[in-house]
Design a protein around this ligand. Sequence first.
Ligand code: ZN
Ligand code: ZN
Length: 449
Amino acid sequence: MAHKGAGSLRRGQVVTSFGPGATIDLPEISVVIGGLDWWRGYDRERIIEPRLEEKVAHVLGVPRITLYAPPAEVDDPHGPMFGIPVEVFPLWFVVDIEQRKGRARTRPLVHRNGLVGGKYEYERRKYAATPVRFVQACSNGHIADIEWYEFTHGGRTACRRPLWIDEYGTSGDLTDGLVRCECGTQRALAQATRRDVLGQCKGQRPWLPAGELCGGPGGTPEMMRLLIRTASNAYFPQKLSVLSLPEAGDRIRAAVRGLWSTLKDAESVEKLALLRSLLSAVRDGLQGIDDSTAFQYIVAEREGRTPARRPIKVDEFEALTQASESIGEDRPDGDFYARRLHLPDPHQGVLAPVERVVLVHRLREVTAQLGFTRFEGVVPDVQGELDLNVRRAALATDPTWMPAVETRGEGVFVSFKAPAVDEWRARPAVRARDDIFRRAFDPQRGQLE
Ligand SMILES: [Zn+2]
Ligand SMILES: [Zn+2]
């Protein structure tokens, strides 16, 4: 390990596309982005977003997570070394020799140890080499070079004669190629796509200091699968995003604390409802906060802990649908400011189904990466939450922080009246369309026409 930063990546890309464990092509080598253990200078810029920090810690099952922006590129060679180290991967290369063997184009397949200064010497000439496109990975995100000698010889072997890749087409397609050993053994590359051929995963994760047991202690390791390292299924970052809301948990906590001498004796939701009906101070102080939510915060305050927050999108939806006139303060450096647009009353025509329109003048979204997958992506559900049981490859050996980026913008929020949405959903044309989408999602029931 010790290649300095990947250079031309933008900071946002590190979180959204090429985080730890992603492979990228540099001019002569391919590298895997190093894990958080190796990042330097990362703690220069903290991103404060408590709601997201709590969510990420909860999903990762750790007590606390701090968010930091990816370190910025510093172009001073004498300054402190900042950035994100990378590790050379894969270690096998295909040498760019134009040579034929019968109908096939044939090129040496060599380990990096066989290169000198990145070049391969063959019959007293030096040739450039390109990192091999084919690697192996498992669905837990582990990744490794294919064991080319074992693959070519169909099992364990002591043979170390030179290997060659022969290609019969020009497409670079797997089915066109074979790997050949000078001892006379050869094997079609397409066989690497067969289950069980590449063997069980050994838990390699070159983006971190050490590998791990694939499947966990006592678990069953996954089978390795062929992966084209430049293909779009080689890396899917797992991310969570929240909008910075001024009125989420903080406001409720403050309201509960403000009334603590009265609320500390509320042992049940019913008792709280009674207090609210009897005392105007409670009624005013908890305005817009329902009894069950307020009660959660009362219990949490009594036990001295932070209440489990509600799903990400529920908080955001409620902030936009329940606020009276404006949300947040109109400050130039503020994170959130929105105003309700007054519609003519009663509103008709195209506006008839519209419940409310909120003009969001200032908006900050924070996105954190907390892991990644290969082969298949995992995205948050409709509530903005990640299932706790989804597969995830680790960004760090012991996660205490995660990389995050903030995006600022503005927007318009339109909410529709529920009966109007129900009426629209019941229309025959909408139902027919819906049915096509559902069938496309369900492979048992046929295909999209
Ligand atoms: Zn051999
Ligand atoms: Zn594995």
